[in-house]
Structures are given as structure tokens and as C-alpha cells.
Design a protein around this ligand. Structure first.
Ligand code: 6YU
Length: 500
């Protein structure tokens, strides 16, 4: 049986959005999900490392609470640890930051927790203020970064008394800005638009991880699909739409869409759900679609931001941190958000690293730190060898801890999302010059005319198409369900019961 009484559906990409769409269209026999790489999951990618697992992409369920579809699905599958089920955890408002306890290293010493939390409180207040400009007639600055820096200059005027205390506050605020770059996946917060910044919705709940790895969710979703639904190593080269492509055989007929793969395979379809990352669309949309996308959609693709956030995992023989410490933060004491950052990537790339999450529990993972680094420095890191990264991390940690004999890590593993040819970056942000409306435009199906006799030829899903949950797994999941439901409605067939 073919989808919706003979209609044929292809989904491009088997990340969360692609598998979510397949999940909701399940039962429609002709559905095919074409995935370029040898595995499902896309930016959800769990790898073995040390004695445990390393998440190369998505790490946490951000806001694990009933409003989060990833949380509901994972909990329904029984994939979460006992902590995640506690109602107290589900109510916590953390805005996505890893919880304390943390230690903050300055340049060769541990910084006073009081000084760190004073600066952090100021930053959190400013960040909350940055979320209040939705629909404002006049903006104090075009970008989040410019707004924050102007406010920092206003709140911390040039010193009368203790210049050293002010410099420390500025250095901590510079580190807060770098953390925000990782969260937004942008090189600088000066690239992130101020007006729509508050549109992103943070769900309540203490961020949690998957004890069996994030990929356990994708594996589970895949196992629910009929065999042969997902075809791996099947990179799509061109999608020809608004055409008339004839198929011979018992039920010979014309299809409006021809999907051509890099290996020469051809799939004819009535509907294609495109879930490739925005980074891929930015690079390839002109040749990927024939005819090309309407100008409005192409503009949205150009305007929206897609930056890099990478991880560096370091395995140690023995921990140099205390057992209760879960986050090692980094502050370079001579830095300030009021000065231009260094552009010498070769000499200073490592200074963009915000710190390390300690993978828990050590009985499962060994003694492993997971560092986060965003932006051009992160992209430069991808060009280095493992040994160069390991040596730089060792030198950096020796400088930060003041222990020149700190043993080097035993091994290193890092992500390289910027050079991944089917991703080209990490996740979406709303860049200066774009707005939430661009996300909606990207999400609109084609052809635009709802009265077209062959409607919903191209449908668009993926995290970049979710106006309030962009950049997250729950945004990706919900977008896949959304586009499947759009087709189910057209077919007049309800999808399978939603998973919880
Ligand atoms: C989250 C988190 N997280 C860290 C890092 C990264 C991401 N995210 P996919 O790319 O998965 O699938 C598309 C598929 O298409 C893929 O398999 C391709 O191979 C395939 N494809 C491409 N071209 C093709 C072709 N031509 N033919 C066939 N196939 C093709 N999200 O919830 N928690 O902790 C993190 C993190 C390093 C890289 C993350 C996190 C983002 C998610 O991973 C991501 O959104 C989804 O997996 C995407 O799924 P998809 O299906 O759309 O695409 C105010 C404000 C702030 C806004 N940001 C705040 C939130 C911060 C986000 N959190 C990030 C933090 C971490 C650590």
C-alpha cells in the first residue's frame, strides 16, 4: 500500500526530524528515508570513548519536563535515569545551563566563588533583559552582544577604587559571553539578533542525559519502523520538483518529483520531506533544488545563522578535580568584553574554550572531561591533528591550574561539525538581519499556492524550521511530527497514536 491511497513520500535525512516524520507516517508502505551517511542520528551521535560513551552532538535533553517531546518519548521508551523522572527535577528553571557545583580556574588559580557568582548574576540579569525586545519599535542595539557589552560598560564604569576587582569581573563576564556563544552556536554574540532573542523558549527541567547514550533514542525510533524504510549511504544530489516524471510498470503514472542520489539512484515521489541541516542548505540549495527555491525561501536560508559548537573529550588516568565538581570553568583574567578579542587563531584558539563538563558517573565513563568551544576558533581546531589538540589542552590546563606537572590526558576525541559535509556547522541561531519570520518562511511547504493541483511537494523539517525550539533535539522532533501531520491531513489518514 502506498501513502495516502497511492501517494509516495520520501524523507531526506535520518536525523531526529527525518525519523520523527517516518514515525508519524508509519504504515504508509511506500515511505523511504534517504540518509547520506552510514548511520542514522545526524547531529545525535554517541560514540564509545574511554570506558564509556561520548556524545559528539546533542548532549542533554534541554528542559526535560512534560512539555518536551523528546523527554516524553524517551521516558515512554524507558531510556532515562531515575533522576529525570523526579517531579522536582522537571520543575527546575535552569535556562539550560549545567548546574553547579563548579570550580572556576583563572590564569593559574582557582577564583573565588563569590566573585564568580556576582558577575554571573549580573550577566543573567542582562541576558534576561536581552530577551525583552520582541516587537520593540526601537532597539538599543542590533545584536545581543552589542546590547550586553553596552550594558556591561554602563554597569561597571571605569574604576575609581579597585581596578583589579573590576578587571576580574570583566574577565568573568567575557567568559560568560563565550558560554553564550556555545549555547547559541555562534562565533560572537554580536552576530545574534537582539529583537527575536526572547522568542526561543526554554522549558523547565534540570537538563539530563541518556544513560545509554542519546543515540539509544534514535535506535529505538528506527527499530519501530518497517525494515528497509531507511536507506543509508544514500546521499541526495538533486530534487527536481514541479515536474512530470513517468514510471513504467503495473501502476504506470507520472510523479511531480524526482529525487536523484549521488550514486545515480532515482526515487520518484509525490511528496519530499527535507530535513537536511541549514548548514547544508546554505551551501547547496541553489543546485539541490530544480527549479531553485523561491527567492523568499532562499533569502531566509541566507539570512538565518548557522554556527559551530564543538566538543573536545579528554580522558585522564586520574582526576585532578574534586569528586563533587561537575563543571570546570575557565576565565582568562586579562580578558574583557569591552575589548576586541584576538583574531590570531593559531596562537589563541584555545582561549575560546569555555571549560569542561565532568562526565558522570566516573565508574561508567572513566575520568573524562568534555570541553566546549564555539566559533571560528572551533573551526580552526578542526584543522589540527589530535596530537596538536591534546598538547594544546595539556599546556592550557597546566597554565590554568598553575600545576606545571599536570599529567597529559591519556586520549582525546573531538567533534568536527563544521567540516562534516552533510551538516556544515552545529545549529541554528537567528542572526542580525534575520528574524523568527525567516524560520517560518523556511518551514513553509512548496508550492506556495495552496490551490495547486499537486500540493505539498516539498515539506521542510529540522531544527532550523522550529520558531521557538530551534537548535534543539525537541525542535527537530516536533518539526518532523509537524510535517508528517501535514501530509496525514492531506491524505485524510490519521497518523499512528502519538507516542505519549
Ligand atoms: C539539544 C543538546 N547540544 C551539541 C552539538 C551539536 C548539536 N544540539 P540532523 O542534522 O540531525 O539530521 C539531518 C540528516 O540529514 C543528517 O543525518 C544528514 O546526514 C542528512 N543529510 C544531509 N544532507 C543530506 C543529503 N544530501 N542526502 C541525504 N541525507 C542528507 N540539542 O537538544 N541538546 O545538548 C544539544 C548540541 C555539538 C552539533 C547540539 C543539541 C542540537 C541537536 O543535535 C540538533 O538540533 C538536532 O539533532 C537536529 O536534528 P535534525 O533532524 O534537524 O538534523 C536564546 C537562544 C538560544 C538558542 N539555543 C539554545 C539551545 C542550545 C542548543 N544546545 C546545544 C548544546 C548541545 C551541547
Amino acid at each position: 500500500m502506498e501513502a495516502g491511497g497511492g501517494r509516495r513520500v520520501v524523507a531526506v535525512g535520518a536525523g531526529l526530524a527525518g525519523l520523527a516524520a517516518a514515525q508519524r507516517l508509519r504504515g504508509h508502505g511506500s515511505l523511504r528515508v534517504l540518509e547520506a551517511t552510514p548511520r542514522v542520528g545526524g547531529r545525535v551521535c554517541t560514540r564509545p570513548f574511554a570506558s564509556g560513551l561520548a556524545e559528539m552532538g546533542a548532549h542533554w535533553i534541554h528542559g526535560p519536563s512534560p512539555a518536551n517531546p523528546v523527554f516524553r518519548l524517551a521516558a515512554g521508551y524507558g531510556l532515562l535515569g531515575p533522576g529525570a523522572a523526579e517531579e522536582e527535577n522537571q520543575r527546575a528553571e535552569t535556562r539550560g545551563h549545567p548546574p553547579p557545583p563548579a570550580v572556576t580556574y583563572g590564569s593559574g588559580r582557582v577564583l573565588s566563588p563569590g566573585a564568580v557568582s556576582e558577575a554571573r548574576r549580573l550577566f543573567d540579569d542582562l541576558l534576561a533583559a536581552a530577551c525583552t525586545f520582541g516587537g520593540a519599535a526601537e532597539l538599543p542595539a542590533p545584536s545581543v552582544g552589542q546590547f550586553l557589552r553596552a550594558e556591561i560598560a554602563r554597569r561597571l564604569p571605569a574604576p575609581g577604587g579597585s581596578g583589579a576587582a573590576r578587571q576580574l569581573q570583566l574577565a568573568i563576564l567575557a567568559a560568560c559571553l563565550k558560554l553564550e556563544c556555545c549555547i547559541s552556536g555562534s562565533h560572537s554574540m554580536d552576530l545574534v539578533a537582539l529583537e527575536p532573542f526572547g522568542e526561543y523558549v526554554s522549558l523547565p527541567g534540570l537538563d539530563c542525559t541518556f544513560p545509554g547514550g542519546y543515540s539509544s533514542l534514535l535506535d529505538r525510533m528506527l527499530s519501530d519502523l518497517p525494515d528497509d524504510t531507511v536507506l543509508l549511504n544514500k546521499a541526495v544530489r538533486t530534487i527536481r520538483w514541479q515536474g512530470s516524471f513517468h514510471e513504467e510498470g503495473d501502476e504506470a503514472r507520472d510523479f511531480p518529483i524526482q529525487v536523484e542520489c549521488e550514486d545515480g539512484d532515482i526515487f520518484l515521489a509525490d511528496h519530499v520531506i527535507i530535513t537536511v541541516p541549514l548548514g547544508f542548505l546554505k551551501k547547496h540549495h541553489k543546485d539541490f533544488f530544480q527549479p531553485p527555491l523561491p527567492e523568499q525561501k532562499a533569502e531566509a536560508i541566507r539570512r538565518l545563522g548557522f554556527g559551530t559548537n564543538n566538543k573536545i573529550f579528554l580522558e585522564f588516568e586520574q582526576p585532578f578535580w574534586e569528586p563533587q565538581q561537575q563543571f570546570l570553568k575557565v576565565v582568562w583574567e586579562d580578558e574583557s568584553p569591552l575589548e576586541e578579542p584576538s583574531t590570531n587563531l593559531e596562537a589563541n584558539w584555545f582561549k575560546k574554550l569555555i571549560g569542561f563538563v565532568v562526565l558522570q558517573p566516573p565508574e561508567q565513563h572513566g575520568h573524562v572531561l568534555c570541553g566546549f568551544i564555539a566559533g571560528k576558533e572551533s573551526e580552526y581546531m578542526e584543522t589540527l591533528s589530535d596530537m596538536e589538540v591534546l598538547n594544546t589542552m595539556t599546556d592550557m590546563l597546566r597554565t590554568l591550574t598553575g600545576n606545571l606537572h599536570l599529567p597529559a590526558p591519556r586520549s582525546v576525541l573531538r567533534s568536527k561539525w563544521h567540516s562534516a559535509p552533510y551538516t556544515w556547522g552545529s545549529y541554528t541561531y537567528v542572526a542580525v538581519g534575520s528574524s523568527g519570520a525567516d524560520i517560518d518562511t523556511l518551514a513553509q511547504p512548496l508550492p506556495q499556492d495552496p490551490k495547486d493541483s499537486r500540493p505539498l511537494q516539498l515539506l521542510f523539517a529540522g531544527e532550523a524550521t522550529h520558531r521557538t525550539f530551534y537548535s534543539t533535539t525537541h525542535g527537530a522532533l516536533e518539526s518532523g511530527w509537524r510535517e508528517a501531520e501535514r501530509l496525514n491531513e492531506l491524505f485524510g489518514t490519521p497518523g499512528p497514536a502519538p507516542c505519549l
